[in-house]
Write a new protein. Structure first.
Length: 306
């Protein structure tokens, strides 16, 4: 099975919903693009995987989900966004952040992120105004913070596991699982889920042992009759949606006056604009910027410059 696979399963009684993902290749691509050190790789990879799983829940091709973690730690802001295909992209303010490991030898993501800050979830359904929810960080470890978000903002009891295993910078395993108790679940379902709790081991242990997403569902919830939804499988990827046209639209949004000023500044040397998600560079000459400034003036309804 591909190292970039996500599946969704539902208990046959309709009370337990699970998303499981192996995001190893996607997180490794993020590490390569942003040249992250191990702890920054783990932090970005966890949030990227969570965004991918949450994105797979979306119903519209135009919809997206964005996760923003802004803590007090040296890593700064981490931003990830995904669509309904479960493809995701992300960025981290300080890709070189790599504090000392915990006494256990594990990466200290909580120290890198810090527990004084916020987690913001923005859902754009493709119509109307996007919905944003924000909660204080609990630990900076990402999974615990998102679990708090689901409980506080969506009143959904959730078990969330996220993990990234690295060796010599390279990502060996990355993935996650999202287990949700759906409305109306009787006490017997809740009790059975509690009995499964000791099986909720780090996802990288399961992946390193050779388990894929389907096996992860079975290993975590042996007491449930889970059905893998046939249309739920996704081949996720690190995919940036930037283009020269998108960058041009962003420049136009600066307004006509700012663009004329920018064009003047770039008479001697063209502007080089780098995408924060994939680091691709787009070059705009002074003439390009003047043309965008005139387009901006036209869009304002004030007519062409004459």
């Amino acid at each position: 099975m591909s190292k970039n696979t996500l599946i969704r399963a539902l208990s046959r009684d309709g009370y337990v919903d699970v998303i499981a993902a192996d995001s190893t290749a996607m997180v490794e691509e993020a590490r390569r693009i942003h040249s992250t050190r191990p702890t920054a790789t783990a932090a970005l990879g966890r949030l990227l995987t969570a965004a991918s799983m949450m994105g797979s829940d979306l119903k519209s091709d135009d919809a997206s989900v964005t996760l923003r973690v802004k803590g007090s730690g040296e890593i700064g802001t981490i931003l990830c966004t995904a669509d309904r295909t479960a493809s995701a992209r992300g960025t981290v303010a300080n890709p070189l952040c790599d504090p000392p490991r915990k006494p256990s030898g594990k990466l200290d993501v909580g120290a890198a992120v810090g527990n004084d800050g916020t987690l913001e979830v923005i859902r754009d359904l493709g119509f109307g105004e996007p919905y944003a929810g924000r909660v204080p960080l609990v630990s900076g470890e990402i999974a615990e913070d998102l679990t708090s978000y689901f409980f506080r903002s969506e009143q959904t009891p959730t078990v969330l596991g996220l993990g990234v295993l690295t060796e010599s910078e390279r990502v060996l395993a990355a993935g996650g699982y999202l287990i949700r108790l759906l409305p109306g679940a009787p006490d017997r379902v809740i009790d059975e889920l509690e009995r499964c709790a000791p099986l909720f081991v780090p996802v990288t242990e399961l992946l390193s042992g050779g388990a894929g997403p389907e096996e992860i569902v079975k290993l975590l919830l042996p007491g449930f009759d889970m059905e893998i939804l046939p249309d739920s499988k996704r081949e996720v990827a690190y995919r940036c949606r930037c283009s020269r046209e998108r960058v041009a639209r962003a420049l136009i949004s600066m307004g006509q006056k700012e663009l004329f000023r920018f064009a003047e500044e770039c008479r001697e040397e063209p502007a080089e604009i780098k995408c924060e998600f994939c680091t691709k560079k787009y070059v705009f000459t002074s003439g390009d910027l003047l043309a965008l400034a005139r387009a901006a003036r036209s869009e304002d309804g004030s007519g062409e410059e004459g």
